[in-house]
Ligand binder design. Structure first.
Ligand SMILES: [Zn+2]
Length: 295
């Protein structure tokens, strides 16, 4: 009896072990499949830095290293309009971004802050079709782009005395949205709308001078959605929360997040896409995409 019990016990233990082993083997096989797929994806995905980049402002420094200290001197300086053939994009721990390229027979590095790339679709004549414009950290608008159908916003919708302009279709959609918000008890004003390339250029240089190349707030000129003329920054009644993260938690911020899609707007920068966009979340920054989306 004892022998049988023992052997039965062993069988049970072995059976469990076998089952566990199979499970374990299955897991390993699955992990290997996932790793193989990931490797294939990383091999096929093109490095975002691997294309032509144009220097947008004079004095773009070129370094032999990206680990800068007070002793590091540039190898050279590039001028506005110079073009480099990017090999690789990367970012230091302090958020400074670089493009590696070949410079006089060696690998050199130019700060991403000085470089820009205009995709062919943004070079089309006239106003770009709403919703199809590609403007992000990798793709720029031409420095000459200004929509031809900008209209001035009535002062009662504006937060300051400044003149704010938007493309007609975006303004018409925004007006309906702000009126509906007001009917729901949410007072919301426009604090920024269309911004020209040269305005953004000054703002960006100011920000970099103050906070360094690793700043993550101001977009390079040409890379701001505000130049599209379909993008607004909105504020509520509390001036302390204007363009602050906490605005997202206010009644107005919540209303915008919940309802903006119905009017064709979208929050471009959210906590979920910070890594992808390279900017911190902006619960006040909305872009009009033309087609109302499902709530
Ligand atoms: Zn904005």
């Amino acid at each position: 009896m004892l022998r049988t019990d023992l052997s039965r016990g062993k069988t049970v233990i072995f059976g469990r072990f076998f089952l566990q082993m199979t499970h374990c083997t299955k897991t390993i096989a699955l992990l290997m499949l996932i790793m193989a797929a990931a490797m294939r994806i990383s091999q096929s995905a093109e490095d975002p830095g691997k294309k032509e980049w144009t220097v947008w402002s004079d004095g773009c420094p070129v370094y032999a290293t990206t680990q800068l200290d007070t002793e590091t001197t540039p190898l050279a300086a590039l001028s506005k309009g110079d073009v480099i053939e990017g090999i690789k994009y990367f970012r230091n721990a302090d958020y400074i971004e670089w493009i590696a390229f070949r410079h006089e027979g060696q690998i050199a590095y130019a700060p991403f802050a000085w470089l820009t790339h205009v995709p062919d679709s943004n070079k089309a004549e006239g106003d770009l079709p709403i919703g199809g414009e590609i403007v992000d950290r990798w793709n720029s608008l031409p420095d000459t782009y200004e929509p031809g159908d900008l209209v001035s916003l009535p002062a009662s919708y504006c937060y300051t005395q400044n003149e704010f302009r938007l493309r007609r279709e975006a303004w018409e959609a925004l007006k309906v949205m702000l009126d509906d918000a007001r009917a729901d008890g949410c007072k919301i004003w426009v604090a920024s709308a269309y911004r020209s390339y040269s305005w953004q250029s000054g703002k960006f240089l100011q920000k970099v001078e103050k906070e360094g190349l690793g700043q993550r707030v101001s977009a390079k000129p040409g890379h701001s959605e505000h130049q599209l003329g379909v993008t607004v920054d909105l504020v509520g009644p509390d001036p302390k929360l204007a363009l602050e993260q906490e605005f997202g938690e206010t009644k107005e911020g919540q209303w915008i997040e919940t309802h903006c899609g119905r009017y064709g707007f979208r929050l471009t920068y959210t906590e979920d896409n910070e890594t992808e966009t390279g900017y911190i979340a902006e619960p006040w920054h909305l872009r009009y995409l033309g087609k109302p989306m499902e709530e």
